[in-house]
Design a protein around this ligand. Structure first.
Ligand SMILES: Cc1cc2nc3c(=O)[nH]c(=O)nc-3n(C[C@H](O)[C@H](O)[C@H](O)COP(=O)(O)OP(=O)(O)OC[C@H]3O[C@@H](n4cnc5c(N)ncnc54)[C@H](O)[C@@H]3O)c2cc1C
Length: 545
């Protein structure tokens, strides 16, 4: 019998995750842990089971059946097993409801659940994120009638009452720029608004509700004239006939997530607020979905790293396990440091969101959250692709083979950078946050995060990269084109500087408890560089000519 390699084993996703456990240890009062840990342990069990199941069964995609045998339009979608389990898992473990509890730790506790559930959920977290966003936007709109109708379903802990909500914004004209939205809202003789048009990406098409952008009949052109509407997609258990699914998209990744192109032909709709400025009304939703995106991106990184670390102890090359090969160990350790930085930033956003929503934030923290949300989303989205790619290489040829379950990690990771705002769109958004007091808020926060940490080299590197970012803004702030061209470099520099300072805070706490690993993560992260600023030049047009 020739040699057979042991496959990687997934350690328990909660019990073995020292980074998550240390964060919860530092950030949460002990009294809150019992109930939370029970849910996290159960979600970890589910994630371990789902990985085993994925390794031993044939992957499936959702299937759309548009017509029944007798010619009736049915638009029925058969979902994968994990998706069928989604409502039960999400409600039993309060993946949505926990975020809307009435205390400042609600979001942190929610996102710990999201982190553990995400990969196993097969991107069921995508419609959960949109539902969470819809709940948040409905609350912010002040529309009591709609909130009273939808929130008991969106935040239900009973799978039978639970509803998912989509966000229907992207059309064929654009997703970043929705200004040319063609979907029209018309009022019928009874005063009921109805939507007519085509939405090009709908990832929660199996949901019971959605928030949709549409142009009220007679309104002018441009994004400012769009209004935000609430719709329901089912009536008496059946899909409403005014909504048809044209097809499911054939995607690079997120295969289990049914993303559809849809037509609206008079679907009843209710405006959330005024019949304009719908893009502004969508903002609370996007802040929430971008936070989900960042946490889900770090969850993918955690999975890729956990498998790569395990495999490094099982696989031998040149007479010893990979983990004992200095360069392989160095590669993995560098990935671990990047992951810990990304984790720290994503969960800081989660924690801040809860504090700001519950009035428990310090004065500078609202501006800080406004800046860190796009930074966390854009940086973790890009890093997930790089880290998952590197992780696949850690398995050699096996990392490229479908039925190891590994290539899916890389394919899925690519989406984090695209949806909920691309890297460039979010870089430009972070410029808007900086135009307020974003940088001042970040400096105040960084000073507090560094307090008590004795790594002077790291503190100096963080201050230097923040100073460089401030100088860059001063020097180029008057030229819009230069500012925009360098916005990504600026955003990445600020994201990495913030992450390093957060690692320092965690290292201070862990050091007091005898754990030196977070301090090592800080050293390595800083060594891998914080400054990603780009010097402007005039060569873009030349290079593209
Ligand atoms: C799997 C999947 C599911 C999705 N689900 C949904 C959903 O449920 N609901 C929904 O509404 N949408 C959904 N989307 C759509 C997604 O939000 C959009 O694809 C995304 O916002 C980008 O829009 P676009 O595709 O029109 O690209 P474009 O806006 O055309 O962007 C193309 C490129 O131009 C860049 N760019 C655009 N403007 C600028 C600028 N001013 N400066 C610099 N660069 C710029 C972008 O960064 C990007 O690289 C989904 C997408 C995917 C892939």
């Amino acid at each position: 019998m020739s040699f057979l390699q042991d496959p990687p084993q997934l350690p328990h996703p909660f019990r073995s995750d020292r980074v998550l456990r240390a964060l919860l240890g530092r950030a949460l009062p002990g009294a809150r842990r019992d109930a939370l840990d029970a849910d996290l342990d159960a979600l970890g069990d589910y994630a371990a089971m789902a990985w085993q199941r994925a390794c031993t069964s044939t992957r499936r995609k959702p299937v759309l059946t548009q017509w029944d045998a007798w010619g009736r339009r049915v638009d029925r979608i058969e979902l994968t097993t994990a998706w069928q389990e989604g409502p039960r898992l999400a409600t039993r473990h309060a993946v949505l409801a926990a975020g809307h509890e009435n205390h400042e730790h609600a979001r942190l506790e929610q996102f710990a659940r999201v982190y553990l559930y995400h990969v196993a959920s097969e991107f069921y977290t995508c419609p959960l994120a949109m539902t969470d966003g819809a709940a948040t936007a409905l609350k912010a709109s002040g529309n009591r009638a709609l909130a009273e109708r939808a929130l008991p379903h969106f935040l239900s802990r009973d799978p039978a009452a639970f509803w998912l909500s989509g966000q229907w914004m992207t059309e064929t004209h654009g997703g970043s720029d929705v200004g040319d939205t063609e979907t029209v809202a018309r009022q019928d003789a009874d005063g009921q608004w109805r939507l007519h048009g085509r939405k090009w990406f709908s990832s929660a098409v199996v949901g019971e509700a959605a928030l949709a952008l549409a142009r009220p009949q007679g309104a002018g052109p441009g994004a400012g004239a769009l209004a935000l509407f609430y719709v329901e997609t089912v009536d008496g258990g059946k899909r409403r006939p005014e909504l048809t699914i044209d097809r499911l998209k054939d995607k690079l990744g997120t295969h289990e997530l049914p993303t559809a192109e849809i037509h609206l032909d008079g679907l009843p709709a209710w405006p959330l607020g005024e019949l304009a400025h719908g893009v502004r009304q969508v903002a609370p939703m996007l802040n929430v979905t971008r936070s989900w995106n960042a946490v889900c991106a770090v969850a993918s990184m955690a999975r890729a790293l956990a498998l790569a670390r395990d495999y490094a102890a099982r696989r031998q090359a040149f007479g010893r396990p990979l983990i004992e090969q200095p360069l392989h160990a160095h590669t993995l350790a560098g990935m671990q440091a990047e992951f810990e930085g990304a984790f720290a930033l994503a969960f800081e956003v989660a924690d801040l969101l809860g504090k700001v929503e519950h009035g428990a934030a310090a004065p500078h923290q609202a501006a800080l959250l406004r800046l860190l949300t796009p930074l966390a989303k854009l940086w973790t989205g890009k890093l997930a692709v790089r880290l998952c790619s590197e992780a696949l290489e850690c398995f050699g040829g096996a990392g490229y083979i479908e039925d190891t379950g590994l290539p899916q990690l890389l394919r899925d990771a690519q989406v984090y950078a695209i949806w909920e705002g691309t890297t460039n769109v979010l870089s430009l958004d972070s410029l808007r946050a900086l135009a307020g007091d974003g940088l001042g808020a970040l400096r105040t926060a960084v000073a507090a995060w560094l307090d008590g940490n004795d790594d002077m080299h790291a503190a100096s590197a963080i201050q230097q990269s923040l100073d460089a970012a401030a100088r860059w803004l001063d020097r180029h702030g008057t030229s819009r084109d230069t500012l925009e061209a360098g916005a990504r470099g600026l955003a990445l520099t600020l994201a990495r500087s913030a992450a390093a300072a957060l690692l320092a805070r965690q290292a201070t706490w862990a050091g007091a408890n005898g754990d030196r690993r977070p301090a090592a993560a800080l050293r390595r992260f800083v060594a891998q560089g914080l400054d990603r600023l780009v010097a402007p030049d005039d060569d873009d047009a030349l290079l593209l000519g």
